[in-house]
Design a protein around this ligand. Structure first.
Ligand code: NPQ
Ligand code: MG
Length: 368
């Protein structure tokens, strides 16, 4: 396969409701899509970077810039290109994993489409559908939160994740347990909002039998997580801290976490995600698939990954309607709390042309 052109497309999708986390409130999803054209087929990759560097240091304009200036030209010079060549070719460029992931996914999609092979089969999926959880934002009141959680449970979600921050943690968890009982699968995500000085406070979550607490401390604070883990009954799950199989191995060995959230964008792609999956499986560390408010393109690929055997906890692989009234692909809808794993070649879904055009804010064709 040889790369013959790349399209960078910016889209702006309104969210069904504002999504508040410890780092801010989002009302629209501004995303970057990568479409590669090769001698064999076309492929799509969604870059999960946010418009601003709030979740991590990456942001959409920077991803577009590094793709345009460095990554696409480097790949364009590879004669027999396949997806496994992308990471080695881009290795010399530091960071920008979300941009690398989008490009690798687009190349992988093109390659698999050309060969008629679905991504799920390529990655080693063992399920045809995956159990789904939902991430519930910080609300203005407990009543509002209980309403939202009740509606998601009615829709069939099998696990609830509450976003927490100092001032919105113990009470909302207690209220949800009190209203919906001890049987629902419940976990929390702090998106780095605490410090080790909050250890005694976070231990107050212990009585609520949470599945896990996700990323309580800053992404670089592996030592802090290891120390915190010694004082909490609630298992620690890392998200932002895990940027590669190498950092995953270190975090596991240092006992900084006992569960890992895998987000392909954060770790540089689906191939690195599979390595982390395999590593965790060999260490008896359960994994689950995170979410970055993906459109149907990213959601489809995440479902393939989430169908691997060590994805033993429900992921943030929610239905399209959790975030979007109208998606740029046919929507993924829940059946008994599960989403189907795509079965057609590549990522297994195509954008709807009219819907995509409607939300596109900018298109750039990179000639090679
Ligand atoms: C997390 N996601 O697990 C992230 C964080 C997150 C589903 O909780 C726009 C784009 C808004 C990406 C808000 C979930 C976002 C975003 C939160 C990612 O930490
Ligand atoms: Mg998280």
């Amino acid at each position: 396969m040889k790369l013959t052109g790349v399209e960078l497309r910016r889209i702006s999708l309104p969210l069904v409701s504002p999504f508040r986390t410890s780092f801010g409130t989002e009302t629209t999803r501004d995303a970057l899509l990568v479409r590669v054209v090769t001698t064999e087929a076309e492929g799509w990759g969604e870059c999960v970077a946010m418009a601003a560097p709030l979740y991590s240091s990456e942001y959409a304009d920077a991803a577009a810039d590094v793709l345009r200036r460095f990554f696409v030209p480097a790949l364009a010079s590879v004669d027999h290109l396949t997806a496994v060549d992308v990471t080695p070719t881009l290795q010399k460029f530091h960071g920008h994993r979300m941009a690398k992931a989008a490009l690798e996914t687009a190349v992988l999609d093109a390659e698999l489409r050309a060969e008629g092979r679905p991504l799920a089969r390529e990655l080693g999926a063992v399920h045809t559908q995956v159990p789904c959880g939902v991430s519930v934002g910080i609300m203005n009141s407990t009543e509002e939160l209980l309403d939202a959680v009740g509606n998601y449970l009615d829709e069939g979600y099998l696990r609830i994740k509450l976003k927490i921050q100092p001032g919105w943690d113990i009470d909302p968890v207690a209220a949800v347990r009190n209203r919906f009982g001890d049987d629902i699968l419940l976990q929390v995500d702090a998106n780095t909002a605490y410090t080790v000085a909050d250890t005694r406070h976070l231990a107050r979550l212990d009585p609520y039998n949470l599945l896990l607490i996700e990323q309580p401390l800053p992404e670089d604070d592996i030592l802090g997580h290891a120390q915190l883990a010694q004082h909490l009954k609630t298992p620690i799950c890392l998200d932002e801290s895990i940027t590669s199989a190498q950092t995953a191995a270190a975090a596991i060995t240092l006992k900084a976490c006992s569960i890992i959230n895998i987000k392909p964008g954060r770790v540089g792609g689906y191939l690195e995600s599979r390595r982390i999956h395999d590593l965790c499986q060999s260490h008896n560390i359960p994994v689950w698939c995170g979410g970055m408010l993906e459109t149907g393109l990213g959601r489809a690929a995440n479902l393939a990954l989430a169908a691997l055997p060590n994805f033993t906890l429900p992921g943030d692989t929610s239905a399209s309607s959790r975030y979007y009234q109208t998606d740029i692909t046919p929507p993924f809808t829940l059946t008994n709390g599960h989403l189907p794993v795509p079965t057609t070649p590549g990522i297994g879904i195509d954008p709807l042309e009219a819907e995509l055009a409607e939300v596109t804010t900018h298109t750039e064709w990179l000639k090679l």
